[in-house]
Design a protein around this ligand. Structure first.
Ligand code: NAP
Length: 628
């Protein structure tokens, strides 16, 4: 793996270079060349057709692509012949703004500091805290707390790192965020084998990072935090741990919760669920001892997990029955399961800044663009079909691509197109395998509601459909943040009582009455494909949490707690945003919207979250205690 591997000099001849460039992503290549030469005249407006951020190769014609590649060839050949191995400087703020404004079709002045962090070279780490608890410098430690010299320990319930990527081992499990975006900005990996990597590969990346960064040594594996109680006398958290040595209590000044949103499997409340006589398991707890060969398998659900599982097991199982309540929206992604070609790998390794610009190209659509498609236009008027003219346009585009695959399957067609607006549930990536699988003779789609489970199968629409194995791909307790932990804050306030089914936090991170408790991937911090990935959001949260700790230390206090009115005003703003998003407006429920207040999704742009988490505003917090 090449986390942070420096760029290698170009030593191939022109013909080989031309061959590699044939596999370049041309918009990213154009930006790279403009950066390397400082010549921005090649970033012409006429190259940027409407919707170019979303089209393969930016929708550029073959002629335009050839011209760009030839130009790149000349620049890279010159670099090879004349640069004597020196790496060109990163773009300065003005150049960065010019290039990215061109790519995004609007001025990026407000985003330049964010982009400067994203486009960094592997050996740089601009997000690292610029302060340290003490003067001891430990350069192996790249974890933010370690970088700041703050002592910490990590409790992990599993025997390994990886979280969701450790637990989800079902057949076909892979990312649906592009691999080159799905890594830490400060530990980029350039040699991802696939455009969207399998869970094993992602897990290896996380394992390697934990090892190389020194974080691994700080983790107490097999240790579950069952309870957290704020100790008012000592101004610290008392944690009840359940681990290899049984139960014990430890005290910590501050706690960062990083337990995720999609961790606790949800089994539906279906009568008879315990009566099934065969093997039954949740998608996130796959039972690999069960051989599906020749079996009749029932899969309940058609969300992101089922969508990956079903094409993998069809053909091995004798029969797969798919129980669908709502179909998913699919967006065309022909290269979804493709390997990254060797020539593209070569470009990442040899062309200075190409991988940074490629990452930006992946990031750019989300920075502003896609969110607009989910915004409700009250004048449109919004309906369950579409919430705005743009949303309707998206529906038509996706519907066309989906129906084109079903001309020979009218029986599927009537059940394939969602009735809810695009963006009300997670949009999945389509390379044609889903419908190809549903069309198989040994796969059956059932759209009648699941009524009950019997010893021999599942009853739907009055029919008992026999099964040997049931896979519950029915999602997670996404809105039950921090459950099942018991968390008791100041004045004995219980976190789950306070939330009473309506989880809220300031910036998804801090909650009044819970001093020195910080959540990562907390309420309203999930992205609906509108900007980067959970990795990006976690980096933003990490920056903020470090800032909070710095601010507390600087104040001389011992505890810091967000003010109730700040929290209230912020959440009112979040709710106003959510109400005007497809997932907040829709009547269809799911983990984006469990029927009450949408608690999982971030309703604004990725840039907005970055802006709000860059630094802490001390006036928004009460500080108490004195370190004396
Ligand atoms: P999910 O999106 O919540 O999907 C659950 C599915 O189960 C839905 O189709 C739901 O139908 C169905 N369901 C629930 N109860 C049911 C019942 N009683 N009868 C029939 N159907 C029922 O869960 P998920 O698929 O595990 O995915 C959760 C999230 O995890 C994803 O959205 C994504 O963020 C993440 N994920 C990512 C990837 C990836 O590619 N990187 C892969 C897997 C998961 P309704 O839609 O009608 O509610």
């Amino acid at each position: 793996m090449t986390v942070g591997r420096p760029i290698r000099p170009i030593s191939v001849d022109d013909d080989t270079l031309r061959r590699h460039l044939a596999r370049a992503d041309v918009p990213a290549l154009l930006m790279t060349i403009a950066h390397l030469t400082g010549d921005t005249s090649l970033l012409r407006d006429d190259l940027r057709a409407p919707g170019w951020l979303f089209a393969p190769q930016g929708g550029l014609t073959e002629e335009q692509q050839t011209e760009a590649r030839e130009r790149a060839l000349r620049v890279l050949a010159r670099l090879r012949d004349e640069s004597a191995g020196t790496l060109p400087a990163p773009p300065d703020a003005a150049l960065l703004r010019t290039i990215t404004s061109w790519a995004m079709g609007s001025d990026t002045e407000d985003l330049v500091p964010l982009l400067a962090e994203e486009l960094t070279l592997p050996e740089h780490d601009p997000k690292a805290p610029a302060w340290r608890l003490d003067a001891c410098l430990c350069i192996r430690d790249r974890h933010r707390l370690a970088q700041a010299g703050v002592p910490f320990v990590i409790y992990e319930k599993n025997p390994e790192v990886g979280g969701t990527w450790f637990e989800n081992t079902y057949p076909g499990c892979r990312t649906d965020v592009a691999s080159h975006l799905y890594n830490y900005s400060f530990a980029p990996r350039h040699d991802w084998p696939d455009h969207f990597c399998s869970h094993e590969v992602v897990l290896d990346y996380l394992r390697d990072f934990a090892k190389d960064s020194g974080v691994l040594d700080r983790i107490r594996f097999g240790t579950e935090v069952r309870e957290m109680r704020w100790d008012e006398a000592r101004l610290c958290w008392q944690l009840t741990l359940h681990g290899p040595d049984g139960e014990r209590t430890v005290a910590h000044h501050a706690v960062i919760s990083a337990v995720g949103q999609l961790n606790r499997p949800r089994l539906p409340d279906v009568p008879g669920i315990g009566d099934f006589a065969g093997a039954a398991f949740h998608s996130a707890a796959w039972d690999h001892t069960v051989d599906l060969t020749g079996k009749r398998v029932a899969v309940v659900g058609t969300g992101a997990s089922a969508y990956q599982i079903i094409p993998e097991i069809a053909g091995t199982a004798a029969q797969v029955t798919v129980f669908q309540r709502n179909p998913p929206w699919l967006r065309p992604t022909p290269h979804y399961r493709d390997a990254v070609p060797a020539s593209t790998q070569w470009l990442f390794e040899h062309v200075p800044y190409y991988s940074q610009w490629y990452r930006f190209w992946l990031f750019a659509p989300g920075l502003r663009g896609t969110l607009e498609g989910w915004i409700v236009d009250p004048d449109y008027p919004p309906t369950e079909r579409a919430v705005s003219a743009l949303n309707e346009q998206l529906r038509e585009t996706l519907q066309r691509a989906m129906e084109a695959q079903l001309t020979d399957a009218p029986h599927l067609r009537e059940h394939a197109i969602p009735s809810y607006p695009v963006g009300a549930k997670r949009v999945l990536r389509d390379d044609g395998r889903w419908f190809a699988t549903l069309k198989r003779d040994d796969v059956r789609l059932v759209t009648d509601p699941v009524e009950r489970v019997t010893a021999g199968g599942i009853v739907a629409g009055g029919e008992e459909i026999e099964a040997d194995v049931v896979v519950w791909a029915t999602g997670f307790e996404a809105s039950r943040f921090l459950a099942p932990m018991k968390v008791t804050g100041r004045d004995g306030v219980d976190l789950h009582d306070r939330w009473n089914g309506v989880p809220q936090a300031y910036l998804g991170i801090t909650v009044p009455h819970f001093p020195n408790l910080f959540c990562m991937y907390g309420p309203n911090t999930n992205l609906v494909g509108h900007g980067g990935s959970i990795v990006y959001f976690s980096e933003c949260a990490a920056t903020y949490i470090l800032e909070a700790i710095r601010s507390l230390l600087a104040s001389g206090g011992r505890a810091l707690e967000v003010r109730e009115e700040v929290h209230k005003e912020y959440n009112a703003w979040v709710d106003r945003g959510s109400a005007l998003r497809a997932w907040g407006w829709t009547r269809v429920s799911g983990w984006y919207n469990e029927g009450g207040r949408p608690a999982t999704n971030w309703p604004y742009t990725a840039g907005e979250y970055w802006r709000r988490t860059r630094t802490i505003e001390p006036a928004e917090y009460d500080t108490y205690g004195n370190r004396g």
